[in-house]
Design a protein around this ligand. Structure first.
Ligand code: COA
Length: 255
């Protein structure tokens, strides 16, 4: 049914895998559309009580938006890309069924933003988190400037966003960016245990907790500011240099 994700119901747990292992599970536009469609479908599927999102393989949860796909975009296409991505991640964040991110490796850029849109993040020991967008000449475009600050606080968020510094799983745990770190072989089993515990709680109360907690952050136009900044950056020389450097497998030169 889907080309870029797989989704399977086992018991009352929906397991969604990002399925572009040869491209480090980079999030292209059709993948995000499929993910958005699946999250929407799940809301009205009574059999689903908990969702787990992970990446195929043992290297990457998702290494960001697909740089090869957006490298030639102008600001109008970038604005649509960013706004559509925001919709999908907002839908995950607002899901009435709890969503667990099983972070099985690189969670960079859009991958980190996807994990942050989920309600619970569990990382494997080899997980790496980061927002490397400034290397590419753009700010994050899928909510990273907002959710990172919400989760780890403004000081740590700005450090990570400005420096493009990656952090390992134990630092992510220390920052509160994930709540558990387990060996990669144990990751899915551990998430299944957490999901099974959630199945014993009131679905109504869980949905209300998610709604109420999200309400704390609703009164902000920061998300729109991010969409505008992201798309305007696509017209700059820095963006052209940053994406060309990635595709040429060299370091960017921003002199
Ligand atoms: N978009 C598009 N393709 C990507 C990608 C992305 N975000 N991340 C990785 N890939 C592709 C690579 O281009 C490569 O494709 P190729 O085999 O056709 O050359 C393939 O996935 C494997 O990646 P590679 O870089 O060779 O693996 P690595 O182990 O040396 O490095 C990363 C892994 C994740 C550190 C590195 O791929 C990376 O830095 N990715 C980009 C991260 C990023 O900037 N994300 C933010 C995007 S907004």
């Amino acid at each position: 049914m889907y080309q870029n994700i797989s989704s399977e119901l086992k018991g009352h747990i929906q397991w969604i895998f990002i399925d572009r292992e040869d491209k480090m599970n980079a999030l292209n536009i059709s993948l995000l559309a499929e993910l958005g469609q699946e999250i929407k479908r799940i809301q009205s599927d009574d059999a689903v009580r908990v969702v787990v999102i992970s990446g195929k393989g043992q290297k990457a949860f998702a290494a960001g938006a697909d740089i090869a796909e957006f490298a030639n975009f102008g600001s109008a296409e970038a604005k649509k890309m960013s706004a559509d991505g925001h919709d999908v991640f907002h839908r995950i964040e607002q899901s009435r069924k709890p969503v667990i991110a099983a972070v099985n490796g690189y969670a960079l850029g859009g991958g980190c933003e996807l994990a942050m849109a989920c309600h619970i993040r569990i990382a494997s020991e080899n997980a790496t988190f980061g927002q490397p967008e400034v290397n590419l000449g753009v700010p994050p475009g899928y909510g990273g400037t907002q959710r990172l600050a919400q989760i780890v606080g403004k000081g740590r968020a700005l450090d990570l966003l400005i420096s493009a510094r990656n952090i390992d799983a134990s630092t992510a745990l220390n920052y509160g960016l994930c709540t558990d770190v387990v060996p990669i072989e144990a990751l899915l089993e551990h998430c299944e245990k957490i999901a099974s515990k959630l199945l014993t709680k009131s679905p109504h109360a869980i949905a209300e907790v998610i709604k109420c907690t999200n309400a704390l952050y609703d009164l902000t136009d920061g998300y729109q500011t991010e969409i505008d900044s992201f798309s305007e950056s696509f017209e700059t020389a820095d963006f052209k240099e940053g994406t060309a450097a990635f595709l040429d497998k060299r370091k960017p030169n921003y002199l």
